[in-house]
Design a protein around this ligand. Sequence first.
Ligand SMILES: Cc1cc2nc3c(=O)[nH]c(=O)nc-3n(C[C@H](O)[C@H](O)[C@H](O)COP(=O)(O)OP(=O)(O)OC[C@H]3O[C@@H](n4cnc5c(N)ncnc54)[C@H](O)[C@@H]3O)c2cc1C
Length: 334
Amino acid sequence: MKNWQGIWIVAEQWQGKLKRISFELLARARKLADKSGEPLSAVLFGYHLTEACQELIYHGADQVYMVDHPSLSQFDPDIYANCLEELVCEERPAVLVAGATTTGRTLMPILAARLKTGLTADCTDLDIEEGTGLLLQTRPAIGGNVMATIKTPNHRPQMATVRPRSYPPSPRDPARRGVIIEVKLSDEAFRTRFEILGFESIGDEQAQLEDAEVIVCAGRGLEKHTALFLIKELARLLGGAVGGTRPVVEQGWLPYPCQIGLSGKTVSPTLYIACGVSGAIQHLAGMRGSKFVIAINKDPRAQIFKVADLGIVGDVKEIIPRLITYLKEMKKDD
Ligand SMILES: Cc1cc2nc3c(=O)[nH]c(=O)nc-3n(C[C@H](O)[C@H](O)[C@H](O)COP(=O)(O)OP(=O)(O)OC[C@H]3O[C@@H](n4cnc5c(N)ncnc54)[C@H](O)[C@@H]3O)c2cc1C
């Protein structure tokens, strides 16, 4: 039997196109592989994958395990878990990292339970411990008030999921060389108890959030559901997306995919406008990567001002209409 060795990431694709999380995972894992001196492999499941596998090499993988099969064109938790389990038991990687995406959050717990190993979900940082070579898995704990670093000394593989957008993607280098290994798995691996009836796409507004360059975020300071039209109008004029804090989502003003923070999405837009947001640590966990933050809050002592590049002290219901009027005027002049 092989020794547990090597750093693996589980890449993700949709219709043959790699998702951004694949490159974020490669960037993180490349650093781990270089530090530990172990090879970096990516696993990719899907159908018609050769080009995507090559891209994974250009972005940092030393080798790619390609599992190319028509039954893998859509995410089926049973089939994906069977395939990954078979592959991991055969190749025995020391470290297995996936995105804390819907796919990663579904797949990795199934696998960890089957392999009787640990799993640290939603990590914001990964490192290799000097001396032991163990994977250090860091994530917020106790409601985001402390950062906990977790190790898996006695079981293998060491498994973690990583928050999307918590790390910049690896750059593309077409001069990189690597190996694509076409994996053949048993017929049993492709058996499933699921029947996929169809797909429904989520609204454009929600789909855009993680990729948006501009985000206008609604906080409880909006006071009324009806004031949301101000946020939507401001986002529209700036060509941005709408996000919200947890109370705004819990009150049903916005759907859950719009939630930004510890228990929602992590975003890193160029411009983030926080409207009536207090700046609780759990919210900041999701937007700290924003490049320029504007905060509008009527309380000059609000925490959000500590992370803002520009702070406006005032009532959102007065400030936002003025911004909207100004932007409309500007557009007219153009
Ligand atoms: C385990 C855990 C996970 C969590 N996950 C998340 C998460 O993912 N995302 C998240 O957002 N929160 C999360 N929270 C909740 C978080 O702690 C805060 O309660 C939440 O972020 C506060 O939302 P808010 O800023 O909209 O509301 P508030 O804290 O109520 O703040 C409203 C702000 O609006 C200001 N304001 C009021 N009226 C006006 C006005 N007319 N004009 C201008 N300003 C005004 C007030 O001064 C205040 O600062 C989590 C909490 C826990 C314990």
